[in-house]
Ligand binder design. Structure first.
Ligand SMILES: Cc1ncc(COP(=O)(O)O)c(C=O)c1O
Length: 396
């Protein structure tokens, strides 16, 4: 619980992330909720034990079911996102897979965006189909036209906006209006925007999923996932979380809470630097297109402007046609943009990406190779100098 819940709704994002999910009076006055490492709770009497099992004793019966560090992170996320309740799990992928398992039944049909994060697609194709759940993929830009893909047994629409390689911004209100009218739930991978950049529930999501591994943690040193639910979906997700035994550890929740404290200032810096670099890249002769929804004139900008309240440092660049060897030479010599498959940390990253891989509903059209950049917290002048050196190698 936070210090004064009655004030939470009035707090602006930077204040909210500084104060939610901590209650010093419950922890010897400590500003931050400490790490609780515990499996076993001891009871002085059978009466206390029985009260705890009934749920009306001072805490929990076992470490799996909500240690204070875990609960404080969950409460902070739920409040921040305007959800009913949140659950912390050991990775972003676990958040996604658990949410799918908790909402889909054998015999159901699921609609999943064609731009979805690869391991989410793999789980749908390799695991859900084994459980007798049908999955088909839809054009991320379908909006209300998604209705034509609905079948009588469609129970769930999975969205990811923007997609983390190709950055299609989805018209979530339009998709949610159709889904809800047809009796389906809407799940959203909201990792790119974080709770500060996109109000998932106000735009129609029933469950908002986060790889807290990225911006919430913010320092490339914690694997954690968060599932924020509305009042309709929380009871079934809480039951599954309890029955599966998939709580995140207190150590990881502590790091995620610590990351949350600086989320607003970090995102502001990531976004400002990313925009500076995106504008510079767009004017480079080697670049065909920059796809960054927060960038004026970029694909998806109009929808981003309508629905989002923030952005981050992750975007893609399409180069003009050039050989793989030259792109490799560009990337191999970079000093600040290092190659790594994650994002959301303090450090800049770059990767050659292939958004066409595994698409089944749409085709990815691009003039040349695609690079995904994560703009970190370094000085953007140094980052542009690093990329300028890379373009020099690309040309020669
Ligand atoms: C969009 C998106 N969602 C989910 C995940 C999964 O997060 P984790 O690495 O914590 O499992 C990632 C990781 O790269 C991601 O990019």
């Amino acid at each position: 619980m936070s210090e004064d819940p009655s004030r939470e709704s009035k707090w602006r994002p930077a204040t909210a992330v500084a104060h939610l999910g901590r209650n010093p009076r419950e922890h010897l006055g400590a500003v931050n909720t400490p790490v609780y490492r515990a499996t076993t709770m001891l009871f002085d009497s059978v009466a206390d034990l029985e009260a705890a099992v009934r749920g009306d004793y001072m805490g929990i019966t076992y470490g799996l079911h909500g240690l204070p560090t875990v609960v404080d992170l969950q409460d902070a996320m739920a409040t921040l996102e305007g959800g009913h309740g949140a659950l912390a799990v050991p990775s972003g992928l676990a958040a996604i897979t658990l949410a799918l398992l908790g909402t889909a039944q054998p015999g159901d049909h699921l609609l999943v965006t064609d731009s979805v994060y690869g391991p989410t697609r793999r789980f749908c194709d390799q695991q859900l189909r084994d459980f007798g759940i049908e999955v088909s993929y839809y054009d991320p830009l379908a909006g209300a036209a998604i209705e034509s893909q609905f079948r009588p047994n469609t129970r769930l629409v999975f969205t990811e906006s923007p997609g983390s390689l190709s950055f299609e911004v989805q018209d979530l209100p339009a998709i949610a209006a159709v889904a809800h009218r047809r009796g389906a739930l809407v799940l959203l991978d909201n990792t790119w925007a974080t709770p500060l950049g996109f109000a998932a529930f106000a735009h129609g999501a029933d469950i908002s999923l986060h790889a807290g591994t990225k911006y919430v943690g913010g320092h490339s040193d914690v694997l954690i996932g968060l599932i924020t639910c509305n009042a309709q979906t929380f009871p079934q997700m809480h039951r599954l979380w309890t029955n599966m035994g998939v709580t995140a550890s207190s150590d990881d929740c502590f790091l995620a809470l610590r990351g949350l404290r600086t989320l607003a200032v970090r995102l502001e810096h990531h976004t400002r630097s990313a925009l500076t670099i995106a504008r510079w890249l767009r004017d480079r002769p080697e670049v065909d297109e920059v796809i960054f929804p927060a960038l004026e004139g970029s694909r998806g900008h109009a929808l981003w402007k309508r629905d989002f309240s923030g952005a981050c440092g992750l975007f893609s660049v399409i180069l003009k046609p050039v050989s793989k060897a030259r792109v490799d030479a560009m990337l191999d010599g970079l000093r600040l943009f290092r190659m790594g498959v994650s994002w959301g940390g303090f450090e800049s990253l770059i990767l050659p990406v292939y958004p066409e891989i595994s698409r089944t509903a749409t085709r990815w059209e691009a003039a040349g190779p695609c690079l995904r950049l994560h703009v970190g917290l370094e000085d953007p002048e140094d980052l542009m100098a690093d990329l300028a050196g890379g373009f020099e190698r690309l040309r020669t």
